[in-house]
Ligand binder design. Structure first.
Ligand code: GLN
Length: 486
């Protein structure tokens, strides 16, 4: 059952060949037996209650394509019933009184919550080693990182522990772990998916999206996930769309922009080979490759690592021990309570970002760093608009290398930041981007580690991206590969 796509499971549920309860029990069993540390909270009783409610809906014929399908949520979306920790000690025992809009939407579609997925603390990271609850392991090779920050989401899909997962992408956290774990993920256009109830990291960048086995499954999930939400001030008011509508369109005449800057000296040879092979496959499908340039790519790292920490320092000021979350046990006065609470509650990377953020926003430095970064952000977005005059979609690698070993970059934040080079600019521009599996690395342990192809589209072109991804998945089987032992 766990090897089936959502689309296939949905057909079985609707034909009453399996029940939602059977399906849910099967996945709960797999989750319990897993040693990947992909979950922060599981509550079987709550989950089975939802499964039985889904069975009742199915019996009444009151269904959507997602009714009875289990899903797990990145632990950055707040959920009633399940703890909402954001991977932080600060929220270790936090129980939200409400559901995030995204969770509400999946609930009302009749999906079943399997639990909460481990992630880097407050979604800050590229390896999932920054979680207070410990690192997640990559199911392809347990000595490798799964990528971050949505490492739990990607690992759980890859190991077939869950058929669907939510994730968030601020600078690559849907695409990069999807790439490292050989699964499919889409980061929608900024504003497409409500941020209400998504614990905030960098509000002008944060965007939720799905991770699943296939582009078709992602389209089904996005149908429920996307939509205007008056409770999120940056939610975009657009009509609901059916993201499955164009899946089978032909790719004859599709122009694929191949950015020179994404194939420079920093790109590992094995990743380049897999990505170039995927591009060849697209040519066979009728597409043409166009050489393009995104000249500001390199600047996306300094720009992102000024803007994201600036917004984080402001967003995280709410964690002060007064409102909710951790509070230091011993303190002398209010100010001492703030200091001790934050010193104890936040991990190293989060503290680093708060310090950097507070610094670049401070008087005298604001103009030199923050304002400057905002200006370059605008130019990065312009680069893409210039490129889209010559092509329909842009393709390249997601990550310069396959997944690295656990611990390898753990003490080197800059090495982690540099690995984000191909995902940050899409986020800064607010564009939609995908990662689909397109092969493996080469030589020794790399041969077991997946490579992802990145597909970037213009604003609100998700249906196009999913179409382009789906056609590739119709003629290749990388997305069907499963880690040994899963
Ligand atoms: N790796 C990036 C960071 O550490 C992106 C994280 C994300 O997209 N949530 O900030």
């Amino acid at each position: 059952m766990h090897t089936k796509t959502i689309k296939q499971l949905s057909a079985l549920l609707h034909a009453r060949q399996i029940s939602a309860t059977e399906l849910t029990t099967h996945f709960l069993g797999r989750m319990q037996r897993s040693d990947l540390n992909a979950f922060t909270h599981i509550d079987e009783t709550l989950t089975l209650q939802q499964a039985s409610a889904a069975d009742q809906r199915i019996a009444k014929g009151d269904t959507t394509p997602l009714t009875g399908i289990p899903i797990a949520h990145k632990d950055i979306f707040v959920t009633r019933g399940w703890r909402s920790t954001a991977g932080s000690k600060m929220l270790e025992n936090y129980s939200s009184p409400f559901d995030a809009t995204v969770v509400e939407q999946f609930n009302s579609a009749g999906m079943i919550t399997l639990g909460k997925l481990n992630c880097d603390e407050f979604a800050m990271g590229s390896s999932n080693e920054n979680s207070y609850f410990g690192a997640v392991k990559n199911p392809w090779d347990k000595s490798a990182v799964p990528g971050g920050s949505s490492g739990g989401s990607a690992a759980a899909i890859a190991a077939r522990l869950v058929p669907a997962a939510t994730a968030t992408d601020t600078g690559g956290s849907i695409r990069q772990p999807a790439s490292h774990c050989g699964v499919t993920g889409i980061k929608p256009t900024y504003g497409r998916v409500s941020r209400f109830g998504m614990i905030a990291f960098a509000s002008s960048l944060d965007q939720g999206g799905p991770i699943a086995k296939t582009a078709e499954d992602c389209a089904l999930l996005l149908n429920a996930m996307a939509g205007f939400d008056p409770r999120d001030s940056t939610s975009v008011e657009r009509e609901k769309e059916d993201f499955t509508r164009d899946l089978n369109n032909g790719l004859q005449g599709l122009k694929i922009g191949v950015p020179r800057e994404y194939f420079g000296p920093g790109l590992a040879f094995d990743v380049e080979q897999a990505v170039r092979a995927a591009l060849k496959e697209y040519e066979k499908l009728g597409a043409t490759l166009v050489d393009i340039s995104l000249p500001k790519t390199e600047l996306s790292i300094p720009v992102y690592y000024v803007i994201a920490p600036a917004e984080a320092s402001s967003n995280l000021s709410r964690f002060d021990g007064v409102r909710y979350g951790h509070r230091a046990k011993e303190y002398t006065d209010l100010s001492d309570m703030y200091k001790k609470t934050r010193a104890e509650g936040f991990g190293e990377e989060v503290k680093r970002r708060i310090l950097v953020g507070a610094y670049v926003l401070s008087h005298g430095y604001y103009d030199a760093y923050y304002l400057q970064a905002q200006k370059i952000r605008r130019l990065i977005a312009q680069d893409f608009q210039d490129a889209f005059k010559q092509c329909d979609v842009i393709m390249g690698p997601v990550s310069p290398t396959v997944a690295w070993d656990l611990g390898d970059k753990a003490d080197d934040p800059v090495a982690n930041y540099l690995a984000d080079i191909f995902t940050l600019s899409t986020s800064l521009a607010g564009l939609p981007g995908m990662s689909i599996p397109c092969g493996f690395g080469q030589g020794g342990k790399n041969a077991q580690r997946p490579v992802g192809l990145q597909i970037i589209g213009n604003y609100f072109n998700e249906a196009k991206l999913l179409n382009v991804a789906h056609r590739y998945q119709s003629v290749t089987d990388w997305h069907q590969r499963q880690p040994a032992g899963s």
